[in-house]
Write a protein that binds this ligand. Sequence first.
Ligand code: BT5
Length: 328
Amino acid sequence: MPEEERLLSVLRRQKGYVSGRTLAQETGISKNGVLKRIRLLRQYGYCIESSPKMGYRLAGEADLPLPWELAKVLDTLVVGKDKIIYRHTAESTQNLAISLAEKDPSSEGTVIIAEQQTSGRGRVNRKWLSPKGGIWLSIILRPMIPASKITELPFAAALAVCDSIKKATRLNPRLRWPNDIMIEGKKVAGILIDISMEAERINYAVIGIGINVNVDSSAISSNLETHIEVTSLSDELGHKTSILGLTKEILEQLEYYHVQLKSDVPHTIIEQWKRSSDIFNRKVEVIHNDWTIEGVAVDVNNDGSLLVRTDVCNNIKVVASDVRVKYY
Ligand code: BT5
């Protein structure tokens, strides 16, 4: 049990004030260690009152997906099961997860969570702004599936996020090809997948998930390089959503869709994704570095590509890799 958790469990058990000496005795941590840990717990958001005569009292819990808090509520067999790494600040959870996946073959299910990221990234190294108040996490999976099925993974992850937001907030997010989760036409979350393959075998996949939960979306909009409509759950709801509760939902939903992905039933993920999407029959502009196509989104193929009907050709198949899509 981590030292922080040991301290919390004594504070919770006692309900009232507990002296520093008792805390040290009951946890086996030195008195200085207790002081240091209490300071850290306060930084995480636990409200710990102190009185020179009586000691310490836990007056309020934190709402963060800290490993010991998630472990109490998470109902999964693989995703995040005893494998949560938490950072107050990380450059990018995605990069941390990739280095871990590269060196540790037993890292399947590991979830890396950061309270804030200093160099969060989107596809093709676009900037992903990740201030405090959001969910920024990356999950390592090693799916035993045929390589051709890996194109369904981003759809599975987007479905997991969409379902979790619905369940936690009763908002109605919609999915946009290739990897966006939208509310009322504004981006609330994004998915990033990095895959390592050798021949036809998937070595690992890292799923990066970024959600604007309790953040001020106008602060994000004003710092974007290109203008897009952005929102957060708190801006839509007018109140905060539990970050711990939503993280639990996401990890559980992700495990659910991961199991579906591994089952033999073909293309159910893409079919479900289509039912939660609002892109069909909408005018779109697909933008690549040196070309732009205008047309109407007609379908998503079983290989994950987008089918666009244009005036000049019949249907054009667009692959997600490095395009940007505008919907009208
Ligand atoms: C994405 O890329 O939407 C994938 C975002 C994945 C972020 C997660 S957070 C945890 C993990 N660690 C990382 O370093 N990354 C992952 P893309 O479709 O390329 O969209 C990027 C674009 O979204 C940017 O060019 C901006 O226009 C916009 N953007 C940046 N920050 C945003 C935010 N917080 N909310 C909404 N839009 C944002």
